[in-house]
Design a protein around this ligand. Structure first.
Ligand SMILES: Nc1ncnc2c1ncn2[C@@H]1O[C@H](COP(=O)(O)OP(=O)(O)OP(=O)(O)O)[C@@H](O)[C@H]1O
Length: 470
C-alpha cells in the first residue's frame, strides 16, 4: 500500500489507491482488512475515502497456487450483481507469493453482531419490523443466487452483512461465497467437497449423509437464522463431533429432533435412502422423540403467518421445504409492519433508535498478517470523533413490500438476467490464474478445515465466538 504498513512494490495500482486501516476479521480461508481510498485520490477529493473490505486468502497448504476455493469464489462473484449480495469491487493475484486479494464493499455490521448486541448489551429483542426487513432482504438475495443456480451452503449470521450509515444503510449483503458453487441439473454428487455448512445451520438431509445439495439446504439455514433473530439464541446448538470425516452429526440431529419431533418416512419418503438413517438403527431410528413444539421456543402463535413461514423453512423433507421465491410471496410479508429497504430504522414513531457498534479494527496488523509495533488506533473511525456513535435519524425509505424477483429458467445465463460483470474486474481472467492440480473439481484439505475458535467443539458448547474480534 506504500504507507509503510503492508506496503510493497509488488502491489497493483488499484491496491495502492487505498490505505490500510487494519484487520477486521479472520475466517477459515483468510484475513479480512479494512482499507480506505487515500485522501489524495481524485474520487476522495480530500475527504476520507469510502471504505472497502479486502479479503486476503491464505496460501494453500502446499503453498503452490491459489486454492480452488479462491478460484471458485472469484468465478462466482465476478458474475454476481444484486443489492442483497456483497459486491466484489476488485481482484488481485500476487504472482510472487500466489496470494489473492479480493476487495468488497465494506459493511459495518453483520447479523452475528446485531444479534449479539441485542442479547448481551441491550437485553432486548429485535423489533418486528427489523426482523421482517432483514429476513425479506436475505430471501431476496438468496432468491437471486438460487435463480442463478448458486447454492451458498454456508449461510450463518456472520456471513450476512448489514450496511452501516450511508445511502445503503440497513441493507443486507450476503457474503462469503468461498464455499458456494454453481449447481447443475441434473444433480451431480457434490459430497466430495466435504460437508460445509456450519453445523448449527446445517440441514438434516446433510447431517444424515445426503449426497446431493439442493438450494433447500440454504432455506433450512434461513429458518434457523429467522428463529435466532426472534429469540437471540441459535435454534439448534449441537456439539460437533470433529473426529469423524462422516457427515453424521448425532448431537445436532438430536437437538433438531427434540424440537421438531422424529422424522418419519410417511412425511419424508426419501429419508429411508439416506445413508446415516439406514446405518444408524440404534441412535436415530430407535430413539423416540416427543415434539416439544417449535412455537414454544420462538414464542409465536401457532396459527400466525410468522410461525407458518418458519415451519415451512424447517420442513424436514427438502422437496417440501419452502423456496426463497415462495417465501417472498408469503403472507407474513404482506402484513404490518411491512418490510423496508432500511432494516435498521425504528419501526414506529417514537421508538428508540438502536445504535449498533462499529467493527473493531486491529490497526497493528498489516497485509502480511505481521503485527507491527504501532500503537493501536481507535476503531474503524466510521463513527463520530471520540468513538461514540450518534443515534441514527434516517427515515424509513420504503413502506411498500418490495417486488419479488423473477425466477430464472434453468440454463438461462446471467446476462439474460441483467447481471453485469462488476467494476474492477476488467482483465481478470480466472483461466489464466495458475491453479493447483485439481482446482475447480476436487476438494482441498483447506476447504474442509473448520476454524478452531468456532466454539462448537466439545470444550465449548456455549455460544460460539465464531471469529476473532478485536
Ligand atoms: N465486505 C465485508 N465488510 C465488512 N466485514 C466483512 C466483509 N466481509 C467479511 N467481513 C467480516 O470479516 C470477518 C471474517 O470474514 P470471513 O468471511 O473471512 O470469515 P467468517 O465468515 O467469519 O468465517 P468462515 O470463512 O470460516 O465461514 C467476519 O466478521 C465478517 O463479518
Amino acid at each position: 500500500m506504500g504507507d509503510g504498513r503492508g506496503g510493497g512494490s509488488n502491489r497493483p495500482a488499484w491496491l495502492q489507491q487505498y490505505e490500510l486501516v487494519g484487520k477486521i476479521g479472520e475466517g477459515t480461508y483468510g484475513l479480512v482488512f479494512l482499507a480506505r481510498l487515500k485522501p489524495t485520490h481524485p474520487q476522495a477529493a480530500g475527504r476520507r475515502g469510502s471504505p472497502i473490505a479486502i479479503k486476503k486468502f491464505k496460501q494453500s497448504k502446499e503453498g503452490d497456487g491459489v486454492s480452488p476455493t479462491a478460484i471458485r469464489e472469484i468465478m462466482l462473484l465476478r458474475e454476481i450483481n444484486h443489492e442483497n449480495v456483497v459486491k466484489l469491487v476488485n481482484v488481485h493475484i500476487n504472482h510472487a507469493d500466489m496470494s489473492l486479494y479480493l476487495a468488497f464493499d465494506y459493511a459495518e455490521h453483520d447479523l452475528y453482531e446485531v444479534i449479539r448486541h441485542h442479547r448481551e448489551k441491550l437485553n432486548l429483542s429485535i423489533n418486528q419490523y427489523t426482523v421482517k426487513s432483514l429476513l425479506w432482504q436475505l430471501l431476496n438475495g438468496l432468491n437471486y443466487l438460487h435463480s442463478n443456480w448458486i447454492i451458498h451452503r454456508d449461510l450463518k449470521p456472520s456471513n450476512i452483512l448489514v450496511m452501516g450509515e450511508g445511502e445503503e444503510h440497513g441493507i443486507i449483503k450476503i457474503a462469503d461465497f468461498g464455499l458456494a458453487r454453481i449447481y447443475q441439473a441434473p444433480l451431480k454428487p457434490l459430497s466430495d467437497n466435504g460437508v460445509v455448512v456450519t453445523i448449527w445451520y446445517r440441514a438434516p438431509e446433510l447431517l444424515l449423509g445426503a449426497k446431493h445439495y439442493t438450494s433447500a439446504v440454504d432455506m433450512w439455514a434461513v429458518g434457523c437464522i429467522f428463529a435466532e433473530l426472534l429469540t437471540l439464541k441459535p435454534l439448534f446448538q449441537g456439539v460437533e463431533a470433529k473426529a469423524t470425516p462422516n457427515p453424521f452429526q448425532l448431537d445436532q440431529l438430536d437437538k433438531i429432533f427434540k424440537v421438531l419431533g422424529h422424522p418419519t418416512v410417511e412425511k419424508w419418503p426419501t429419508l429411508a435412502n439416506l445413508p446415516c438413517w439406514q446405518n444408524d438403527q440404534q441412535h436415530i431410528q430407535g430413539h423416540k422423540y416427543e415434539n416439544t413444539g417449535l412455537h414454544t421456543i420462538v414464542h409465536l402463535p401457532q396459527k400466525g403467518p410468522a410461525f407458518d413461514l418458519l415451519s415451512r423453512m424447517l420442513e424436514y423433507d427438502p422437496r417440501k421445504r419452502i423456496t426463497a421465491a415462495q417465501a417472498l410471496e408469503h403472507e407474513y410479508f404482506r402484513m404490518d409492519p411491512l418490510p423496508g429497504r432500511n432494516a435498521l430504522v425504528p419501526s414506529q414513531p417514537g421508538e428508540k433508535i438502536v445504535t449498533y457498534p462499529v467493527r473493531p479494527v486491529d490497526t497493528s496488523t498489516d497485509f502480511e498478517g505481521t503485527t507491527s509495533l504501532q500503537p493501536t488506533q481507535p476503531p474503524s473511525g466510521n463513527g463520530p470523533p471520540g468513538g461514540q456513535p450518534v443515534p441514527r435519524q434516517i427515515p424509513r425509505q420504503m413502506q411498500q413490500p418490495m417486488g419479488g424477483m423473477q425466477r430464472m429458467p434453468p440454463g438461462a445465463n446471467m446476462g439474460a438476467f441483467g447481471a453485469a460483470p462488476q467494476a474492477g474486474m476488467v482483465g481478470m481472467n480466472p483461466g489464466n490464474i495458475p491453479m493447483q492440480r485439481g482446482a475447480g473439481g476436487q476438494s482441498h484439505p483447506h476447504q474442509l478445515r473448520r476454524k478452531a475458535d468456532q466454539g462448537m467443539g466439545m470444550q465449548n458448547p456455549g455460544y460460539p465466538q465464531q471469529k476473532r474480534r478485536f
